[in-house]
Ligand binder design. Structure first.
Ligand code: FRU
Length: 486
């Protein structure tokens, strides 16, 4: 393999070849290609003037790097946003035969910010007629100005078929604003949502709105995702969501309480793809956290994306929950190393492997039983995940997982997830890359995504329980690298 083997370099998660990356932007599918744009600073491994980096894929797993798509200009840096396929050429940028891809993003004008003004973020658009290879910025940018709203950013746009118009959702500090447009150029304010609801430990960022059918029914609900920084339950940045209804004008929640997409510390600013071929809702998040994201110990690049997750909606005890689980085609990346129909955990079950940091394990267990899973290397670094039914908690402990001292917040506490205790057998799936762990339980009903920086690969796995537990259908799989051809 050429390149992509520096210390901590993810082997099957998207990373830029070099330098800084944060949020995913402009996630869209068009003519057989999935596009991943991202917040990119090409000159250093810390955040700086923002560009949109670009990569493409036909399966969301193997990515090909493309040249930078959008450069800063006189209106400012290019902050987060989205992309749509303008099928009916409502913008007039293309033709109906060759509909344009239109990117809608935030301009951030540093000079105005430094002058102490509040109107430094506006919204701009750009279009591409060659499926994302080259972009032209609109002559009349910005298309949505700013009178004086601090933190006015991260537009997500979609076509609302029921009312035949484009809808934009945008954050404005502590709430979101909805706008409509006939042509992506002229935007009219419709309504606001969120001032008195949800988590408000920090500023709202990167909204998304889409509908999902409740599994097993024909009922549809609108899911509103809002990233917030700081204020996540395990510290720093996180993504909350609401379940409700949207009528083309305003959003109403079904329940007042908000929930979290991922209870780990490293899944932020996630948005979903527009225009997927099969209508699936697929989310990618930035696998980091503003609390320490600028200091993680990588040297030539900094920042990675989560694996793409398919979202679904379930109803239990009259409440709706989001599930997010790795997309099915990830299975093409794995080869089986070991399979056991069951393991009876009377004693500790131990397994050795040359590199657990490129594996997934899967098995079924009962959530009413205690369980402890630990990965270790020869340097005494360890990563521990526990299920504790007494406290109805799952706990991820990365305190001694490897390099942790680069920031005091990285490993200062255990990270917890509270679950509904039930006498139920569920699937457990744990995916480890060179610098991350992703845990999915009950098909992604409970999820934790975190970065780790072991200085040597984990080589032992131990599974144990203080109860008499039989875990079933255990599999250890190797995950192939996606960068072989780079
Ligand atoms: C979220 C965010 C966005 C902003 C971008 C700037 O991580 O703060 O709100 O558009 O990053 O890079």
């Amino acid at each position: 393999m050429i390149g992509y083997c520096e210390q901590f370099r993810p082997q099957f998660h998207f990373t830029p070849k070099k330098n800084w990356m944060n949020d995913p932007n402009g996630l869209v599918y068009h003519n057989g290609i999935y596009h991943l744009f991202y917040q990119y600073y090409p000159d250093d491994i810390v955040w700086g003037p923002m560009y949109w980096g670009h990569a493409v894929s036909n399966n969301l797993i193997n990515w090909k790097h493309k040249p930078i798509a959008l450069y800063p200009d006189k209106h400012g840096y290019i902050f987060s946003g989205c992309a749509v396929v303008d099928h009916d050429n409502t913008s007039g940028f293309g033709t109906e035969k060759n509909p344009p891809l239109v990117a809608i993003f935030t301009y951030h004008l540093r000079e105005k910010e430094e002058a102490g003004r509040n109107d430094y973020q506006t919204q701009g658009i750009a279009f591409s007629l060659d499926n994302g290879d080259t972009w032209v910025k609109h002559d009349n940018n910005p298309v949505l100005g700013n009178k004086s709203i601090k933190d006015f950013r991260d537009p997500k746009v979609f076509f609302h078929k029921e009312t035949n118009q484009w809808i934009m959702i945008l954050v404005a500090g502590d709430h979101v604003k909805f706008y409509n447009s006939p042509n992506l150029k002229k935007w009219t304010h419709l309504s606001d949502f969120g001032k008195e609801i949800g988590a408000h430990g920090g500023v709202w960022e990167c909204p998304d709105l889409f509908k999902l059918k409740i599994e097993g029914t024909n009922e549809e609900k609108w899911i509103l995702l809002i990233s917030i920084n700081p204020g996540a339950p395990n510290g720093g940045s996180g993504t909350q969501y609401f379940v409700g209804d949207f009528d083309g004008e305003a959003y109403k929640v079904q329940y007042k309480d908000h929930k979290w997409v991922d209870m780990g510390t490293d899944n932020y600013a996630g948005i979903t793809f527009n225009n997927t071929p099969n209508g699936k809702r697929i989310l990618i998040g930035w696998m980091s956290n503003w609390q320490y994201g600028l200091k993680t110990p990588t040297k030539t690049w900094r920042g990675a994306m989560t694996l793409p997750r398919e979202l679904s909606l379930i109803k239990e005890n009259n409440k709706c929950f989001l599930r997010n689980e790795v997309i099915k085609s990830f299975d093409n990346q794995i080869t089986q190393v070991l399979k056991k129909d069951y393991i009876y955990l009377k004693d500790v079950f131990g397994l050795k492997h040359s590199n657990f940091n490129q594996t997934e394990i899967r098995f079924n267990t009962n959530l009413s039983k205690r369980l402890s899973i630990s990965y270790k290397n020869n340097k005494n670094e360890s990563l521990i995940f526990e299920i504790n039914p007494d406290k109805k908690e799952m706990i991820l402990d990365r305190k001694q997982s490897g390099l942790v001292n680069f920031d005091e917040n990285f490993a200062n506490c255990f990270h917890k997830l509270t679950y509904f205790l039930s006498d139920k057998v569920v699937d457990v799936r744990i995916i480890l890359d060179w610098s991350s762990i992703e845990i999915f339980i009950d098909h992604g009903k409970y999820v934790m995504t975190e970065q780790i920086f072991p200085t040597e690969f984990y080589k032992t796995l131990q599974i144990s329980s203080k109860d008499s537990v039989r875990i079933e259908n255990f599999k250890l799989n190797h995950v192939k690298s996606i960068w072989k051809d780079e």
